[in-house]
Design a protein around this ligand. Structure first.
Ligand code: 1GP
Length: 254
């Protein structure tokens, strides 16, 4: 039986296999550059392609998703900053609720308004507790979300927030320092959060090299997301992919 995207993520977690997600922001991925990026993703055995951004001003998101789907079977997962970034041509949707913030619009308001169109899209919905962690300087997501990030040395706040998200029934926790963050999330916080939750943990924001990606996996991330660094140096897709896929960590609870 064919697994859906979430089952694939759960299966990888149970096996201790770490996943690599490449984030393509439509504003930074012109259609003419996409083909070569997708081909690098295929070569590096990238597990998922995320598409979206906190602020997307270009209008070719749907075209980008369709092009990716033409080139590869790698699941395309929408990572939307707003409901207008939703297209039925993707495979799945990170249905994000910004549980680290106190902005009701991003906790539930926009979900209510877009619920009928999201349902109609037929996308696989993965409800995700989205936690913004302070990345050392304001990022687009911290500005646009109008919500305070969790201080990067407050592991206990991150743990309690993730636990609350899990008990509210979310399927994934995504800890993000924000795209282009100066300071990526510490291994200490990743380890604290991953040891308290059973659902898969996604980590991203400011990861610039294979070493950091490897350490994140060793600390307990089940999936590592990289966007900015691979936009600057496409060769990093292969190097970071190899580091993540080498960091198999058996799941003691499986
Ligand atoms: C941002 O976690 C993603 O939401 C990826 O961050 O672009 O810094 O890799 P970068």
């Amino acid at each position: 039986m064919q697994m859906n995207t979430y089952q694939h993520i759960l299966h990888a977690k149970a096996k201790g296999k770490k996943l690599f997600a490449v984030l393509l922001d439509p504003d930074k991925t012109p259609v003419n550059k996409a083909e070569s990026l997708i081909s690098s993703c295929v070569d590096a055995k990238v597990d998922l392609i995320f598409v979206g951004g906190s602020l997307v001003v270009s209008t070719h998101l749907e075209e980008l998703v369709q092009n990716i789907k033409k080139e590869t079977d790698i699941p395309v997962v929408l990572f939307p900053g707003s409901p207008n970034q939703i297209t039925p041509f993707a495979d799945a949707l990170l249905y994000l609720s910004l549980i680290s913030g106190r902005n009701p619009e991003l906790l539930i308001g926009q979900h209510v308004i877009s619920a009928p169109s999201v349902k109609k899209s037929g996308l696989e919905i993965m409800s995700t507790g989205y936690m913004l962690i302070d990345g050392g300087a304001p990022t687009t997501v911290s500005y646009i979300s109008n919500a305070n990030p969790i201080p990067n040395d407050k592991n206990e706040i991150a743990v309690c927030t993730a636990l609350a998200g899990e008990m509210l029934g979310m399927k994934l926790i995504y800890m993000d320092a924000g795209s282009g963050a100066k300071l990526p999330i510490t291994e200490s916080m990743i380890s604290a959060v991953s040891s308290h939750i059973d659902i898969p943990l996604i980590v991203g924001g400011g990861i610039k090299n294979p070493e950091k990606a490897y350490l994140n996996c060793q600390a307990g991330a089940n999936m590592v997301v990289v966007g900015n660094a691979i936009e600057k140096d496409q060769n990093l897709i292969t190097e970071i992919g190899a580091a993540i896929h080498a960091s198999h960590v058996p799941n003691m609870h499986a």
